[in-house]
Design a protein around this ligand. Structure first.
Ligand code: ATP
Ligand code: MG
Ligand code: MG
Length: 368
């Protein structure tokens, strides 16, 4: 049976492994954290990403993929020529670095927010004016869930923000007044054939994704597919990647960022009745047949984040209460509780949009 290696053992690896098993695919993850979610459903090589014995074990797989973009590029270099790594090093190098990513998106013909690369203190001079007077300073590397970012609205604030982020290489983006945020995944097989996931609408709070929604017949899906397909070809994607977009009031889509893997906004595909994004990534990476994957009915996903009381106590979430609501499907990550940490998600299913919205309103009362 095919054997898939994964760099990273977090919840995405857990869900990739759960999707791989019924296809007859075994999974091995290389992951330095002893308590990482995928430990329970895959062979866990408990070692650093650059560990020689760990990389030898991955090199013995039929293909290797990523669940995490912050793996060192050296791990991919060490695997090159020994096993297909999908996505490969070139795509990882772009998607793990915001400045390179934005430049490569523009080179592929996609639009982004206005941005300035900040590498030294003098790069701050006039930068805010050039991106429109209000912006978000983001570290070029290692940020996620809105960490490593600061909103700025004047030059003094920009200087403070750069100091607080540690004066590391950053990107200053203009603040986009978007109508909504959407995302879409694209896969490209070893033969170059493209397949797409559904367009989802995403709501963030404090930089963290809270809710994603899939509704049938979104009029902007074709535009998102066109952009994703163009970037996938230009970047010679192998495997699966997800584009996050800002949609402007006039309808145009700007690419916010690219994840070289399945994405939190695609979790709703697990319970939408069609092929899930996890199965899609496994198929694309192993060169198995793959068509567009999409839910068969409207569905939603709500992230479950650790809630802390005024004295730092564990206030939930109330898993049992959520489990008892109509239409909910639980997905827990087997992680220790910590305030602000993603502990799991709930997918919501319904036969029609009106029911879905009713259920979403009820569910949201359980998630302060
Ligand atoms: P993740 O990788 O977990 O999606 P991240 O830390 O890489 O998050 P971003 O996607 O860059 O962060 O930003 C998080 C959220 O902050 C966005 O989804 C959006 O809601 C808001 N945001 C980011 N950049 C901008 C911008 N230029 N203008 C307006 N809003 C923004
Ligand atoms: Mg990101
Ligand atoms: Mg993001």
């Amino acid at each position: 049976s095919p054997h898939l290696g994964i760099l990273g053992g977090g919840q995405l690896a857990q869900m990739l492994a759960l999707a791989a098993l019924p296809l007859g695919v075994r999974v091995t993850v290389l992951e330095p954290d002893a308590q990482a979610p995928a430990r329970l459903c895959a062979t866990h090589l408990h070692a650093p990403y650059t560990d020689a014995a760990g990389l030898d074990a991955l090199a013995a797989c039929d293909a290797v993929t990523l669940e995490f973009e912050n793996v060192p590029v050296e791990a991919l270099t060490a695997l090159e020529g020994r096993v297909p790594v999908r996505p490969g090093r070139g795509l990882l190098e772009r998607s793990k670095h915001r400045a390179r990513e934005k430049e490569a998106l523009r080179a592929a013909g996609a639009q982004t927010a206005p941005f300035m690369v900040i590498e030294t203190g003098t790069d701050l001079d006039g930068a805010l004016e050039r991106v429109g007077g209000q912006g978000i300073l983001k570290t070029s590397e290692l940020g996620y869930d809105g960490k490593g970012q600061a909103r700025v609205s004047d030059t003094a604030g920009l200087r403070v923000a750069w100091d607080e982020l540690g004066r590391v290489p950053c990107v200053l983006e203009g603040l986009v007044q978007f109508r909504r945020e959407v995302s879409l995944a694209v896969a490209r097989g070893p033969d170059g054939a493209l397949a797409f996931g559904p367009l989802t609408q995403n709501v963030h709070r404090d930089g963290i994704l809270r809710t994603s929604l899939f509704l049938e017949g979104d009029p902007h899906e074709a535009q998102a597919r066109e952009i994703a397909g163009r970037v996938a070809q230009a970047w010679a994607l192998e495997g699966l990647m997800t584009l996050e977009f800002f949609q402007l009031p006039g309808g145009e889509l700007l690419v916010n960022e690219v994840a070289p893997r399945v994405h939190n906004s695609g979790h709703l595909t697990q319970d939408g009745g069609g092929v899930s994004q996890f199965e899609a990534q496994v198929r694309a990476v192993l060169g198995l047949p793959l068509a567009d994957w999409r839910p068969l009915h409207p569905c939603a996903m709500v992230n479950i984040i650790g809630i802390e009381g005024p004295d730092g106590q564990n206030l939930g979430p109330d898993w049992a209460g959520i489990d008892a609501l109509p239409g909910t499907r639980l997905h827990l990550y087997h992680k220790a509780w910590r305030a602000g940490r993603k502990l799991g998600h709930v997918n919501l299913v319904a036969a029609d949009e009106a029911t879905l919205r009713e259920r979403l309103a009820i569910l949201e009362e359980f998630i302060p």
